[in-house]
Write a protein that binds this ligand. Structure first.
Ligand SMILES: Nc1ncnc2c1ncn2[C@@H]1O[C@H](COP(=O)(O)OP(=O)(O)O)[C@@H](O)[C@H]1O
Ligand SMILES: [Mg+2]
Length: 235
């Protein structure tokens, strides 16, 4: 077994402090994700799934613990260093799509390429965007605006945008939360297909039915990763 590690978290905690209270959202999470994995992290609302994905995606820093991504200790970076590392290595798909309504589908997908340290020329940008449009079967909608598309189509564009920089890993937060079951199932099929063709994925979901699409099912309870075997014995 020679699995290539994509990222590794050890003893990660996250505490949110407000004037009224402290919330211990993550209480010591260990997690390693390998090349080619399709990991799902499921658990009830409020158990810390989005918080964990936000840390994995370098959108926030942990309170304590170690996070190794692309051979670097990401837990101790400045905001700017985190953003650079994120753009180079992470693709993020949100429940609410987060597309920019004023931009065409094409320009939404091209956007992460514009923030690269090494500028791509227009031909390279065009090739990348077209390739990603094909991957999500949306080539015929390149010049549409997001609000001219269905929710399922918008999520496919959001996936294309997340893939355009060839990330090490695709992080997906409740991708079907805003979709009806037909569109939701189509998105899940698409993610499974992307994984079969080599994309490493980590998805969080509160829906056990969707966790079944993944190849490694993990469970989060009250900010702690529950052991897979223990969970199976408990049910
Ligand atoms: N920015 C924040 N400030 C304060 N508390 C937060 C913040 N984000 C999340 N929390 C709290 O942390 C806990 C975990 O939240 P979250 O990760 O969103 O759970 P999930 O995605 O599993 O529903 C919840 O109790 C939530 O209220
Ligand atoms: Mg959430």
């Amino acid at each position: 077994m020679n699995q290539i590690s994509k990222l590794k978290m050890t003893g990660i905690t996250k505490t949110f402090v407000t004037s009224e209270m402290q919330t211990h959202a993550l209480q010591g999470v260990d997690l390693e994700i390998f090349d080619g994995d399709y990991v799902s992290i499921s658990g009830p609302s409020g158990c810390g799934k989005s918080t964990l994905l936000t840390l994995l995606g370098l959108l926030d820093a942990p309170t304590s613990g170690q996070f190794i991504l692309a051979g670097q200790d990401a837990s101790a970076l400045t905001i700017n260093e985190r953003a650079t590392l994120r753009n180079a290595h992470i693709g993020f798909v949100f429940q609410s799509f987060n597309l920019i309504d004023e931009l065409s589908v094409y320009d939404n997908i091209a956007l992460p390429l514009r923030y690269r340290a090494d500028a791509l020329n227009d031909i390279e940008v065009n090739n990348r965007v077209k390739e990603c449009l094909e991957k999500v079967k949306m080539s015929h909608r390149a010049q549409h605006k997001p609000n001219q598309l269905s929710g399922g189509q918008q999520q496919r564009i959001a996936i294309a945008r997340a893939l355009v920089n060839n990330p090490d890993i695709l992080l997906v937060d409740e991708p079907t939360g805003n979709l009806d079951s037909t569109n939701g199932d189509a998105i899940m099929q698409m993610l499974a297909e992307l994984n079969r063709s080599g994309t490493t994925i980590c998805m969080v979901t509160h829906d056990p039915r969707y966790a079944d699409f993944s190849t490694r099912k993990l469970h989060l309870l009250d900010g702690i990763m529950a052991d897979e075997l223990k969970m199976e014995l408990a049910v």
